[in-house]
Ligand binder design. Structure first.
Ligand SMILES: Cc1cc2nc3c(=O)[nH]c(=O)nc-3n(C[C@H](O)[C@H](O)[C@H](O)COP(=O)(O)O)c2cc1C
Ligand SMILES: Nc1ncnc2c1ncn2[C@@H]1O[C@H](COP(=O)(O)OP(=O)(O)O)[C@@H](O)[C@H]1O
Length: 232
């Protein structure tokens, strides 16, 4: 088994990742809908005997285009990489998303990155996936590109929970309401925040249970910042 590979661009793709089947998206949270994409990705890659990798973007495009209202994040790039490795994928590519990158046309994204850099053998996305300047690249466009350029494209139905489609915003709403159990259920694992424990105002000792002050990037602060959470 080869080591998990983490790339931050597609300038010089190692041979070990060329020819891969690739899942593309933001994947904030690696929730159960995303995990369905990843399981399909692993199955298709194993059938072809090629690597299974995820191609994602940081920062989140919504933070680039509409920084207000504030959107707290479920997983940063490092957490996505850890989850991808834990799910048994072969690698992750975290491309820098900025205004210049967002102007790349869907056609160019396919030819520059999917075909020339990665030589993908297959692409897996959910049925709502859009990409390229102005979000013009639709799942149908991706399928047509695959036929023209010789890679397989699979678009998956979105996984639901009751009447809701599982999405990172649904999980943010659950957390915003303090419903950790529902967030955990939708995530498929126990929600976590990464941070370094720092010295605070020493008020925790008056609360009657152990507390820790976490230094956490602003995008990871919950809407209910003063809710007690169990440490794990
Ligand atoms: C090359 C490229 C250009 C993009 N340009 C835009 C854009 O102009 N406007 C926009 O809202 N999103 C843009 N996006 C972000 C996509 O709409 C989308 O968030 C991203 O492909 C991840 O898909 P997902 O949201 O289904 O996970 C772009 C994405 C890519 C890969
Ligand atoms: N509930 C779901 N079921 C199946 N695929 C999904 C689901 N939610 C998102 N996807 C797919 O996973 C990838 C990342 O989606 P993204 O837009 O980051 O998710 P979210 O809607 O949770 O913010 C995309 O290809 C998307 O189509």
């Amino acid at each position: 088994m080869t080591d998990f590979i983490h790339l931050s661009d597609l300038d010089d793709v190692p041979d070990a990742l060329r020819g891969a089947v690739v899942a593309i998206g933001n994947f904030d949270g690696f929730h159960r809908g995303h995990q369905h994409v990843m399981e399909t990705l692993k199955t298709r890659a194993a059938e072809r005997g090629v690597p299974a990798i995820v191609l994602t973007f940081e920062p989140h495009p919504r933070d680039v285009f509409a920084p207000e209202p504030f959107m707290f994040r479920l997983t940063d790039g490092d957490a996505k990489a850890r989850l991808a490795e834990a799910l048994g994928l072969d690698g992750i590519v975290i491309m820098k998303f900025d205004r210049d990158f967002s102007q790349i046309e869907a056609e160019d994204f396919v030819s520059r990155f999917l075909v020339n850099a990665l030589a993908v053998s297959g692409v897996i996305v959910g049925s709502d996936f859009h990409f390229g300047r102005g979000r013009r690249g639709t799942p149908d466009f991706l399928k047509a590109s695959g036929i023209a350029k010789g890679f397989a494209v699979e678009t998956l139905e979105l996984i639901g929970e009751g009447v809701d489609i599982i999405s990172s915003s649904l999980i943010r709403s659950a957390l915003g309401e303090g419903d950790i159990a529902r967030a955990n259920h939708l995530l498929g694992y126990r929600w976590f925040i990464d941070g370094v424990v720092i010295e605070g105002d020493r008020r925790g000792r008056e609360l009657g249970y152990p507390t820790a002050n976490l230094s956490t990037p602003p995008a990871f602060i919950s809407l209910r910042a003063f809710m007690p959470y169990e440490l794990c």
